[in-house]
Write a protein that binds this ligand. Sequence first.
Ligand SMILES: [Zn+2]
Length: 92
Amino acid sequence: MPGPEFFQTRMGKAFYEGTMPRVAKALERIADVMEKRLLRDENEERNAVAVQALIDANNLAKENVSPIEERRRAGKCMHGVMIGEVCEACEE
Ligand SMILES: [Zn+2]
């Protein structure tokens, strides 16, 4: 006569009621960790792109100063006269 099915044995019971649920739980935890890592990596990538865009915009702004700003940096009024000297246009 045939013996009991696997699930009917003590070993089968331990497998289905102990081992299998633990394996399923472990797989869920692994999936959770991977999902969180993926989200974190995506956020870091997006942040890096945004920071680089800000750096680029800032560099562009530094390179492209208006003529008036260039004169101000050189210590001149908007008419190109050194500050401290008399600029007739500014005096008007
Ligand atoms: Zn002036």
